[in-house]
Every structure is written in structure tokens, then in C-alpha cells.
Design a protein around this ligand. Sequence first.
Ligand SMILES: Cc1cc2nc3c(=O)[nH]c(=O)nc-3n(C[C@H](O)[C@H](O)[C@H](O)COP(=O)(O)O)c2cc1C
Ligand code: SF4
Ligand code: SF4
Length: 295
Amino acid sequence: MMRAAVIFCFSGTGNTRWVSERLREHLTTEDYRVNLLDIEDVITQDENAIMEAIRTADHVGIAFPVHAFNAPRIVFDFIDIMPDSSPEPKYVFLYRTSGDPFINGGSTRFVRDRLREKGYIVRLERLFIMPSNIIVPFPAPLIKQLYRIAEGQCRDFASQVLGEDDSIHHDPEHIALFSRIFSKLETWGAKVAGGHFRATESCTYCGICSDGCPTSNITDDGGVLVFHDRCILCMRCIYQCPSGSLVNPYLKFFALKEGYDNDPILSDASIPGEYLTSATRGYYKRYARFLGLIR
Ligand SMILES: Cc1cc2nc3c(=O)[nH]c(=O)nc-3n(C[C@H](O)[C@H](O)[C@H](O)COP(=O)(O)O)c2cc1C
Ligand code: SF4
Ligand code: SF4
């Protein structure tokens, strides 16, 4: 019998989208199809389209990057417009990508709570560690290795979805409190910072930043870029600007100076794909432990 999943995905700079595409590949068979939708697109559509996508699916997935130990605001805005679950709740799975294994469980607590209010019980979740898109650039071999490990995890996660496994991360109260505080600060900071972008003289008014912003925080007012207070700090505009023209005094230490584009690293055969080992010490030891390389 044919079964189907709909996955609602938000991705600021591509990591979560990449994982979602790999997951879709591993799930899709003659008997199973996957409808992968971008939250930023469906949120602007008719609510009936979302209802139909959910109604025709056996499994509902939600995917997002971790922002300050929680989901970005756009994910909650999306859940708010999801239809109430049918009397027979769907099998719901969550996954998120983060740049650090720190506070694994907390980052889904509030998404699960909000979904429960809508009648959706999350049964399965997973954290994929991917390269961080903020503050400190990861070494190129580590970036390659994280993508490779994530590929294997997608295969495993796909079989868990198909088997309708139950696995929810532990999230003690103090972790939830920590997530709540940092996330509130980040949401407020994003709104404030969103209005302080500026395009330098090198800007060619190509429109890439305004067209690509998931929250319409950047608009083009007759050849002048206007910045509003709807930013969710996804970082897309800064990294996608072809001339590096977007500056923001609030994001000086937050944005990676070298930009964020992993494609050249992934396609460069001369870069080794091995960085973390059982002998890894120092900052990345936690990563090696989380990924099961240190027992
Ligand atoms: C505003 C912001 C906040 C972040 N907060 C965290 C965090 O709390 N913990 C973490 O491990 N990574 C954090 N990150 C890193 C991202 O979660 C990580 O790089 C993710 O894979 C990016 O996914 P994307 O490319 O789909 O947007 C943050 C990134 C941004 C832009
Ligand atoms: S992407 Fe860069 S160059 Fe293009 S309009 Fe935006 S700031 Fe200007
Ligand atoms: S202004 Fe830039 S960082 Fe903020 S939401 Fe839009 S694309 Fe993302």
C-alpha cells in the first residue's frame, strides 16, 4: 500500500535543506513518496494548501536549524497556522540541525509543546550536527566529515520513520529554562538587529537579499533597500550577497568573515574528509563523543 510523508522544512543557509533532501532520497520508494515543502513558501499560501498536504500524508515531518537552543520564530508562526490534527493524530517526526551538540534535548521542547496544543504528538526526533554558520568557522575536513556522517544518519532516520519508531530526546526542566531564556533574547535581538543592516557602496541592487529573505525583512523601495524588524537572523542575506555589501554593527562577531558556502569544500577532492577521531581532544572532543567516535 502506498504511504506518504510531508516534510515542512525551514533552512536559513542550506544545512537543514541538505539533510531534508538526503532524507527524502532515503525515504522515497515505489511505495512511499515524500512531499518536501519550504516553510517560508507555505506560510504565505492559503491555509487550505497546508491542510491538504497534511491530510494526504501518513507521516508529518518538521525540520529546522537550532537558533539559540530553540527553533527559529518562523517555525512557530507556521505551527500556528497548521490545521488541528484529525481525530486520529498523524505520526509526527522532528529533526533539526545545529552547529554544536550542546543541549541536545532542549531545542525541540517548545516545538513539541506547540504541536501538542494543535493535536500533533511528536513521536520521533533527531539532532544532526552540521557545520556552524556563525561565530567560528569549522575546519574544512570537519565540514566534510559532518556531511558524510549526516548522510549515514539520514539513512538510519529514514528507516526509523518508516518503522514509526518512538524516540524523544530527554529535556530536563533546567535545560528547558535555559532554552527559553536564550531563545527569547535571540528573538528580540534578531528584531532589533534586523533594522540595522546597511548596504555599502559596492551594492549593485541585484535584489538577491530582498528576494531571498524568508520574512520579507528586506524590501526594495524603488532602488533603495529598506530593512524592517522582521529578521530571524537566518544569515542568508549576508552570506548570499555576491559583493559582500551587507553590513550590520550588531552582527560583527556573529557572521563568519569568510562567508558560509560549503559547496567548494565538498567538491574539493584534495580536502580530507576525516577530522574527528577517537583521539580527538580539546574543543571538538564533545563532537567526537556525541557522534559515537569516543566511547
Ligand atoms: C541565529 C543563530 C543561532 C544559532 N544558535 C545555535 C545554537 O544555539 N546551538 C547550535 O548548536 N547552533 C546554533 N546555530 C548554528 C546553526 O544551528 C547551524 O549551523 C545550522 O545547521 C544552520 O542550519 P541552516 O543552514 O539550515 O540554516 C545558530 C545559528 C544562527 C544563525
Ligand atoms: S544582495 Fe548585496 S548587492 Fe544584491 S541588493 Fe543585496 S546588498 Fe546589494
Ligand atoms: S534580513 Fe537577512 S538574516 Fe534577517 S531574516 Fe532576512 S535573510 Fe535572514
